[in-house]
Ligand binder design. Structure first.
Ligand SMILES: CCCCCCCC/C=C\CCCCCCCC(=O)N[C@@H](Cc1ccccc1)C(=O)O
Ligand SMILES: [Zn+2]
Ligand SMILES: [Zn+2]
Length: 515
């Protein structure tokens, strides 16, 4: 028996070497032949009259919009007077829209705005551009480089709350429609503009009512475009070109309230465990036990499709990994888990957002509460997340209460078989001729959840460029947009509206059919 050992070992080594060689060959072949999902940008000239300049007048309108403190604090707690002033400002700033016989304006839920621009061909389904009037509150005001409600122009940037979330798209859409109507053009297809007033606190009194109103009218919408993912520069690992990230889906969310009630009493005679201690252990277990990494689970959802769309444009090591996700998805998953902004694409996230307990230094608190904010990966569900958390905490003294939840959204059509996605791609390439375009999903949420019944084609995209260092500006300090980006925003919506005059059909040219 011992005599045959060298032979057996040699067979094992050879078998191993052969397997490696076969795997390496497949990897190399797939890397070399991986299909490109990118199309060349369309011909277009971005010169007057096909261009909206960010001139003094338009910049000043945008600056003024930033100066309205339309803050949403909690659900149902906003700034009604500011909203009323802001909607009046909008009415006065866009006289052509507000005087046009083609435009119907409805005020919904007291402050939200719904415009309908009547197209010339009533047989075409309308489409909808969405944004919101409200903004989140300011933190650390003293640390801003320019006052947060100033709209101050500094070194080519306009500073202020709402500049990227989302008064840019609100004003950008209005500027585009004003521009088109003032040139005497009537769009072929009816267009809705839907601007909620409480998106930042879940859209319950704004977008939800708009959605219900349109549903009641029996309106079916060709496609909806809301705020969303940007044109990333340095955001997608391994890609140096700009990548326009078009979100075709949205994570779900689950806001959980955890409570522990225990006996309180005098701090001089503590029991071995307290409400605070029990809850602290529970939430630290949650933080230490991330939800499964979907790449590592050989995911096939939008998290992998997004990468495949740009695979051929990646640097060689990333290109090799991405062209061979069948083998390397665990490794890619590991890479993605290293940064918060990429980790959010890999899994359901867990954020501990509130922790409350105690009334006095020498009183043992009888109660401790915490809020957990989960954003649910498209391949998971609310039930799965609650189940996971219960197992991890494994302590019946911790009571669960669901505050707010939403299942991950349906996925909208994308790729060459979707005329609306391709129309978005074409418009993006008119503004960003060098950018790649890829479908992805939103890691945060938008008002579009109130519009699911209106359309099966819902996209979330912000037509401005963002770098990794810009991401903390969302809801954070020094929110700002460059003048160049604001100009691109206006022109993106303008080009989109013009492009919507063309028939929506699947266009196939030669070898692109093969993809
Ligand atoms: C691998 C690719 C990496 C790319 C990274 C891209 C990073 C994403 C960039 C920007 C995304 C920003 C999205 C901004 C929109 C935020 C909208 C928002 O804040 N919505 C609220 C809505 C809400 C939800 C639940 C309760 C109340 C309000 C939110 O999501 O919190
Ligand atoms: Zn927003
Ligand atoms: Zn926001």
């Amino acid at each position: 028996m011992w005599k045959s050992l060298p032979r057996v070992l040699s067979l094992v080594v050879r078998g191993f070497a052969l397997t490696l060689a076969v795997l390496a060959t497949i990897v190399v072949i797939r890397t070399a032949t991986f299909p490109s999902y990118q199309t060349s940008p369309p011909e277009c000239k971005l010169t007057d009259p096909d261009f909206i300049p960010a001139d003094q007048e338009r910049l000043s309108r945008f600056t003024s919009a930033i100066q309205f403190r339309t803050v949403s604090y909690e659900r149902g707690v906003g700034t009604p007077q500011e909203l009323a002033r802001f909607t009046q400002f909008i009415r006065e700033s866009f006289p052509t829209i507000h005087g046009s016989p083609l435009v119907r304006r409805d005020v919904v839920g007291n402050y939200s705005l719904l415009y309908r621009v009547d197209g010339s061909d009533a047989s075409l389904k309308p489409y909808m551009l969405a944004s919101h009037l409200d903004v989140v509150p300011i933190t650390q005001e003293a640390n801003w480089e320019a006052p947060p409600f100033s709209g101050q122009l500094k070194d080519g940037y306009i500073y202020g709350r709402g500049t990227i979330d989302a008064k840019h798209s609100l004003m950008g859409c209005l500027e585009a429609v004003e521009f088109i109507l003032s040139r005497g053009h009537r769009p072929k297809r009816t267009l809705y503009l839907a601007f909620g007033h409480d998106e930042e606190t879940s859209g319950h009194f704004g977008a939800k009512v708009i959605g219900e109103m349109l549903a009641q009218r029996g309106e079916k919408i060709e496609f909806i475009l809301d705020e969303g993912t940007p044109v990333g520069e340095g955001l997608v690992p391994g890609v140096s070109k700009q990548v326009a990230l078009v979100s075709v889906a949205e994570k779900g969310f689950l806001q959980l309230h955890l409570t522990v009630n225990e006996e309180g009493g005098h701090a001089s005679m503590p029991r071995s465990e307290s409400a605070i201690g029990i809850l602290s252990k529970a939430i630290s277990k949650l933080e230490d036990s991330p939800h499964p990494n979907m790449f590592k689970m050989f995911g096939t959802g939008p998290e992998t499709r997004m990468l495949e769309y740009v695979a051929t444009e990646m640097t060689l090591p990333y290109r090799m990994l991405t062209s061979n996700l069948w083998l390397f998805s665990p490794l890619v998953g590991w890479v993605y888990s290293k940064k918060p902004q990429t980790n959010a694409f890999a899994r359901t996230t867990t954020a501990l957002t509130r922790f409350n307990a105690g009334v006095k230094d020498n009183v043992i608190s009888p109660e401790a509460t915490a809020v957990i904010d989960h954003r649910i990966h498209p391949s998971s569900s609310v039930e799965e997340v609650i189940e996971f958390d219960r197992k991890v905490i494994n302590d019946p003294r911790v009571k669960f209460n669901v505050i707010n939840n939403m299942e991950p959204s349906p996925t909208s059509p994308y790729g060459k078989d979707s005329p609306t996605y391709m129309l978005l791609q074409k418009t993006i390439q008119q503004i960003y001729p060098d950018a790649l375009v890829t479908p992805t999903f939103m890691v945060a949420n938008t008002d579009t959840r109130h519009y699911w019944s209106l359309s099966s084609a819902i996209y979330r995209f912000n037509p401005y460029v963002m770098t990794p260092s810009d991401l903390p500006r969302f809801h954070g300090l020094n929110e700002r947009i460059s003048v160049q980006n604001y100009e691109r925003v206006m022109n993106f919506y303008y080009h989109l509206i013009v492009n919507m005059d063309e028939p929506l059909e699947i266009k196939r040219h030669g070898h692109e059919d093969e993809l």
